[in-house]
Design a protein around this ligand. Structure first.
Ligand code: FAD
Length: 468
């Protein structure tokens, strides 16, 4: 559709606008190319204009003008999302929030920040000013924004102790602006947070977040090696259950992925060894060692407190080998790799993992991320798939589901297909209220555009204008 950009520009006079097509294209992209399916489907997606804002008043101006002119708006933090979440499928405006990056208030137990604040920067301030840190963060900690994490992410480093963003208590409040002729400012708490958290910015622009903090720890990084994957997984699960050893990360990755993909850590990783990547409180050092000694065959291969200075040089933080950074590193050495996102439900998670990987063999390498959900330790999977065809990928997804794993399909750009494959009535109802013209990040919420869509069928939802 052709939008009245000339009038929009006039309305937004004084704001920073980018209309160089190459730069617009760049800001219309995220890490969608991880998926060979999305890479094909979304290759041509681009906005018409990028508008950068520095204050809430700026955002109000952009939203009001775009409602008046019926121009879509897609919010963007750092653009590190994985499924085209921040890609403007209907063109229009990309709203760049990276300039709204102030940490507004640090208090005992909580921090208030603007949405564009980068997670690592928030922690740097809460650590130095109050000895506290965020409970959880994605492995893109050093680049991602807090607003993008809440609107697009789910959990990550810290989830072994604190669960995910969806868990009540992991967000204190969100303040957002609605997409109306006169944008309203709403503050959400409690159950209402689920309307907007992980809604891809389809029903409001988050302008302020209030997050709980934990006491900051000195995190010891350790890699433990095992002869068998099952032993590594059992160790990870058992460490997850050690409530009195504070943990930030428990990842388990099957050989030969670590040896092939963790290039900077390569000298610490003997061939054939399956590994657990662990971040534990340095104060629990001896407790952790004692715990690890209980596992015959567990061998500590790497620890951050025993490195010579020249060994430490150039090593990325351990969390940048975990979560979707594992995928990124594997992809870099072998572009034919792609991945899935799965949840192996408690209490049979380890048996399920072993059955699925037995069935799939070398085509799919296991990668587990242990988490605590509702007081129970279980694991997510980010298994690495040797990609052949889209049909085979769909078969691998179906096999996971048939065997009892939940798949959050990273090869779909819609909220529903990437999530629980059903309408989220709260998010839909809130969109009716907060974005009555359907202008925020269009074509991402199927329930809004095609209420009759059959999620049980084999058909993928395709936005108008897409070929196949
Ligand atoms: P963006 O990509 O800019 O935006 C994400 C979504 O949020 C988009 O739909 C966008 O429209 C919307 N949005 C952004 N800001 C706002 C706002 N202020 N108001 C409303 N909507 C908004 N994710 C995890 O959860 N855990 C992980 O461990 C993890 N690891 C990753 C590792 C790699 C290597 C990569 C590439 C991605 C990973 N991700 C992970 C996904 C992503 O990095 C995170 O979710 C990140 O927090 C997104 O932040 P961002 O600022 O880049 O968001």
């Amino acid at each position: 559709p052709a939008y009245d950009l000339a009038t929009l520009r006039a309305r937004l006079d004084g704001l920073r606008m980018e209309d160089n097509p190459a730069l617009i294209r760049q800001k219309s992209r995220d890490f969608y190319w991880y998926s060979p399916v999305l890479k094909r489907q979304l290759a041509e997606v681009t906005a018409d204009l990028v508008v950068s804002v520095a204050s809430e008043a700026d955002i109000v101006r952009v939203l009001a003008a775009c409602v008046e002119l019926r121009i879509p708006v897609t919010p963007r933090g750092a653009g590190t999302g994985n499924y085209g979440q921040a890609m403007p499928l209907a063109g229009g405006v990309v709203l760049d929030l990276s300039g709204m990056d102030e940490v507004l208030e640090i208090a005992p137990g909580r921090v208030r920040a603007e949405p564009g604040a980068v997670l690592a920067e928030i922690d740097a301030q809460t650590r130095s000013r109050s000895g506290q840190e965020l409970r959880l963060h994605p492995s893109t900690y050093r680049s991602a924004s807090i607003g993008g994490f809440i609107a697009g992410g789910s959990g990550g480093v810290g989830s072994i102790t604190w669960g995910g963003l969806r868990d009540l208590g992991n967000i204190i409040s969100l303040t957002l602006l609605t997409m109306e002729a006169e944008p309203r400012r709403l503050r959400l708490t409690g159950d209402d947070l689920a309307r907007v958290a992980h809604a891809y910015g389809t029903n409001g622009v988050i302008v302020e977040v209030e997050m709980p903090l934990a006491p900051a720890c000195d995190w010891l990084e350790v890699i433990i090696g095992f002869e068998s994957f099952a032993a590594a997984a059992a160790y990870g699960n058992a460490l997850g259950e050690q409530d009195a050893i504070l943990k930030k990360l428990v990842s388990v990755i099957a050989a030969p992925v670590p040896q092939a993909a963790f290039l900077r850590h390569r000298s610490f990783l003997p061939d054939g060894r399956h590994v657990a990547l662990v971040m534990v409180d340095a104060l629990a050092r001896e407790a952790f060692e004692a715990f690890t000694r209980r596992f015959a065959g567990a061998e500590i291969l790497f620890r951050s407190d025993r490195l010579a200075p020249e060994e430490a040089k150039g090593l990325p933080p351990l969390y940048e080998l975990s979560w979707n950074h594992t995928t990124l590193r594997a992809l870099r050495v072998d572009p034919a790799i792609t991945y899935l996102q799965t949840l192996y439900p408690f209490p049979d998670q380890l048996a399920l993992v072993s059955r699925i990987h037995e069935a799939l063999g070398d085509e799919v390498a296991a990668h587990l991320e242990f988490v605590r959900f509702d007081g129970k330790v279980t694991c997510f999977g980010l298994p690495l798939v040797r990609f052949t065809t889209e049909e085979r990928l769909a078969e691998i997804v179906a096999l996971h589901e048939a065997m009892g794993a939940v798949v959050f399909d990273p090869h779909r750009y819609t909220l529903e297909e990437g999530g629980m494959k059903q309408t989220d009535p709260d998010q839909l109802a809130f969109k009716r209220e907060a974005d009555p013209h359907g202008l925020l990040n269009p074509h991402k919420m199927i329930a809004w555009e095609d209420p009759a869509f059959d999620f049980s069928g084999a058909r993928t939802y395709l936005f108008p204008g897409i070929g196949a």
